[in-house]
Design a protein around this ligand. Structure first.
Ligand code: KG4
Ligand code: ZN
Length: 344
């Protein structure tokens, strides 16, 4: 079964065709990152405008790359939230128009579920094992830092979130403070390679009796150090290295605790920050459980993940109507209160 995925929640216009929820037949991403870089972050109005311009050619390209036509598709999956309303609107309306015109079933995909389903994507011939449940997902992106327990396909229960900034947002803001540019994650990771963690000391926030995250104090601590160093040339690489280590330590600590507490059999890293090498390595060595992560291209926003998540939702019979509306602040999953902890 072949699903066309459409993604436009932030600054990537993307379309992809995925077979049976895992095999990527095509995967087109038109990134606007270079356009937004000069503003130091995504400008919503500019993003919507570019989605409108790019969407039709990107969808066409996805079909061409797969060597398929609309008649070869079985369904369309589209991101309907969370994300920027004006940007989501372009993807949702494109998907609805195509579903109507071609008589294809439509599936609504939560962007965060998409990030999770990126974990099992592969190219034909490069098979990887299927997911095992219960699975603990650390979803870390520009807007989210969630610990989510997945007990089956499209069964999500949220265990923790960030109380303030998301991990990716902290990378972006600190990168701007250090003059390293946008997007901040890759810029800080690159700068950190020349630095040493521990030369300066940054806090690792821990919220009492909670698996929730908090990164705003860390960001403020960096700001103070940058201000204090005005007289002396700032040791940017050392600051970047310590900042990255502080974020990673916090994420790893809570993820390992959550996996243990809720009896997860596997851990999955998802979202843009999952591209971070230190995060992958430290998490893998902090637990006995298998830790998985998507290939770097599928960590950040793409449409293959949307097609994949759409396929599994379609299999559950959860189809959307042509009255589908975007939901910019859509959450993923039930509240954690419904799950008993194995090891409280
Ligand atoms: O998932 P994503 O592409 O978009 C959202 O859904 O938000 O995530 C983008 C975020 C940005 O904040 C970016 O700085 C961060 O992911 N990111 C990274 C890395 N690559 C991207 N953070 C840390 N290390 C990286 N290598
Ligand atoms: Zn994303």
């Amino acid at each position: 079964m072949r699903v066309l995925g459409i993604e436009s929640s932030c600054d990537e216009t993307a379309a992809a065709v995925v077979e049976d929820g895992r095999i990527v037949l095509s995967d087109v991403i038109a990134s606007q990152a270079a356009i937004h870089a000069r503003y130091g972050g995504v400008v919503p109005e500019v993003a919507s405008r570019h989605h409108i311009e790019s969407m039709a050619p990107v969808v066409r390209q996805a079909l061409d790359d797969a060597g398929l036509d609309f008649a070869d598709l079985d369904a369309i999956g589209v991101t309907y939230g969370p994300g920027l309303a004006g940007s989501l609107l372009v993807g949702v309306n494109t998907a609805k128009a195509l579903a109507f015109a071609r008589g294809l079933p439509l599936v609504a995909v939560n962007h965060l579920a998409g990030h999770v389903y990126a974990g099992w994507l592969h190219q034909r011939g490069a098979e990887a094992p299927p997911p095992r449940f219960p699975l603990l997902c650390l979803i870390v992106s520009g807007a989210h830092s969630d610990l989510t327990l997945m007990t089956g396909h499209w069964q999500f229960q949220r265990l923790a979130r960030t109380r303030d900034d998301a991990a990716g947002e902290a990378f972006d803001k600190v990168s701007r403070l250090l003059g390293l540019g946008y997007p901040g994650g890759p810029a800080i990771e690159a700068a950190a390679r020349a630095g040493r963690p521990g030369v300066v000391d940054l806090p690792r926030a821990e919220i009492k009796d909670s698996l929730d995250f908090s990164f705003s104090g860390l960001k403020t601590a960096v700001l103070r150090l940058v201000q204090a160093q005005r007289a002396v040339p700032p040791a940017t690489a050392d600051l970047a290295a310590e900042f990255q280590a502080a974020v990673v330590d916090t994420l790893v600590r809570n993820t390992v605790r959550a996996a243990d507490r809720f009896g997860a059999v596997e851990i999955l890293l998802a979202g843009g920050v999952a591209a971070n090498r230190m995060l992958r390595e430290r998490l893998a060595s902090a637990t006995q459980l298998p830790v998985r992560w998507p290939r770097p291209r599928w960590c950040t926003d793409n449409a293959a993940m949307v097609a994949a998540a759409g396929y599994y939702r379609y299999k559950l019979g959860q189809l959307a109507g042509l009255d589908l509306d975007l939901d910019a602040s859509r959450k993923l999953g039930l509240n954690a209160a419904t799950i008993p902890a194995l090891h409280p």
